[in-house]
Ligand binder design. Structure first.
Ligand code: AMP
Length: 401
């Protein structure tokens, strides 16, 4: 079901209470180290400004203790960054999103003006989806808009209870949210084939639901990262000191059996770049099939990189979630880069390519390749949830188109 777009709501002269995801990483000096999530919200914010709406933004940042203001979790740096991107002031009225100063600033906001409320999670009511806290926020808006894809899978106050308590107001999806849903769920419904999913990352347990669902829709699933080792253990390979989830062997076995019944093919690494420890200076050795005792598998090997790149090169649709190795450490970033390069080449050849959020998005950002794909998601957990085909509380709370 498609959702009402904020572009189709008359916002002129109205206060649009807009949930954004400004949960950006900050360094020790409080500087934003990656502003992608703020940039991603610009189309929605600019659309409201252009149509003379009044923009009231709300977001969380990090995981504060939830009992009041904490400077290190303040959204103030986000307000400054947004102001610079928009080329206009962004009001940041107080240290509490629901105190009298915040309410007064919201009240006096003019057409085309923008205000950012302080971190919602300074109140426990946010994560508790508390109705009373939500009612105080809901008073700020005459229209509700959710553009916080990265948080739309959580039933928190600003995502669920706020739109619920806004009476007759329209509840619309922002442009980022709509784009994310289009890429991550619509693609599964009618993909151009061959359709390849690349799955990696640390844990099988996080991705069980997504793999099971993908086996029904894709042609190939290419598995990498530490999660491959749990499957390979089931297949009788010796994995040395690699990260195997021993409590997930049955799940891995079930998926291998399931794949045999489906038309999707499951691929695993057949060679591994290994170290003695996770560090730049560790000795490195490549093993085929079995990994010797004392060695840790930390990246897919050169043969696997080649095999995977070949499958990706033949695909018309590719979805990728989770790095192929410990991409944060130089010698073990090669497999992840190989997948990114193959996907970028496929994009240039007309394939639709989607990078799930979280660490795969961080990896392509670190490689300076975030413009090389059809879509790079801003939400890790949220994109997995869509791939699993599960409902999203943040979408359910919005009006249908
Ligand atoms: P995830 O959040 O599940 O996508 O996992 C991402 C993390 O998995 C990254 O921090 C990677 O360093 C880590 N990772 C990927 N491959 C391996 C591996 N072979 N051994 C240990 N950690 C890995």
């Amino acid at each position: 079901m498609s959702k009402l777009s904020i572009e189709d709501v008359d916002v002129a002269g109205r206060r649009v209470l807009t949930r954004v995801d400004f949960n950006v990483p900050l360094d020790d000096g409080g500087r934003i180290t990656d502003d992608r999530r703020i940039r991603a919200a610009l189309p929605t914010i600019q659309s409201i400004i252009r149509r003379r709406g009044k923009v009231v933004l709300m977001s969380h940042l990090g995981r504060p203790a939830e009992n009041g203001y904490e400077a290190e979790y303040s959204l103030k740096p986000a307000a400054a960054a947004l102001s610079q991107m928009l080329g206009q002031p962004v009001a940041f009225p107080s240290q509490d999103c629901v105190d009298a100063a915040a309410a007064a600033a919201v009240e006096s906001l003019g057409e085309g003006q923008v205000l950012l409320l302080e971190n919602l999670r300074f109140h426990a009511g946010e994560t508790e989806n508390d109705a009373e806290f939500a009612a105080r926020l809901a008073r700020y808006g005459q229209v509700y808009c959710n553009d916080a894809f990265g948080t739309a899978h959580r039933a928190h106050a600003s995502i669920v209870a706020v739109p619920r308590s806004m009476g007759a107001a329209k509840r619309a999806a922002g442009l980022l949210l709509l784009a994310e849903v289009k890429y991550l769920s619509d693609i599964l419904k009618n993909p151009q084939r061959p359709f390849v999913a690349v799955l990696g990352g640390a844990k099988v347990s996080d991705k069980l639901g997504a793999i099971k669902r993908l086996l029904d829709v894709v042609d190939d699933v290419l598995v990498g990262g530490a999660m491959a080792y749990t499957f390979l253990e089931v297949l009788g390979r010796r994995m040395g000191k690699s990260r195997v989830e021993h409590d997930r062997l049955d799940d891995a076995r079930e998926i291998i059996e399931l794949a045999a019944e489906k038309k999707a093919d499951l691929f695993f690494p057949n060679d591994h770049v290994c170290g003695k420890e996770i560090s730049d200076g560790t000795p490195i050795k490549v093993f085929e099939d079995h990994i010797e005792d004392g060695w840790i598998g930390l990246d897919i090997g050169p043969q696997t990189q080649h095999r995977y790149a070949e499958r990706i090169g033949k695909a018309r649709t590719i979805i990728w979630n989770g790095p192929m190795g410990v991409f944060e450490v130089g010698p073990f970033s090669v497999g992840t880069k190989a997948v990114a390069d193959a996907m970028a080449a496929a994009t240039r050849n007309g394939a639709t390519t989607v990078i799930g959020g979280g660490d795969s998005a961080a990896a392509v950002e670190a490689l300076g390749m975030d413009d090389a794909f059809s879509h790079v998601s801003t939400g890790g957990g949220a994109s997995l949830r869509l791939l699993e085909g599960r409902n999203m509380p943040g979408l359910d709370a919005l009006d249908d188109a």
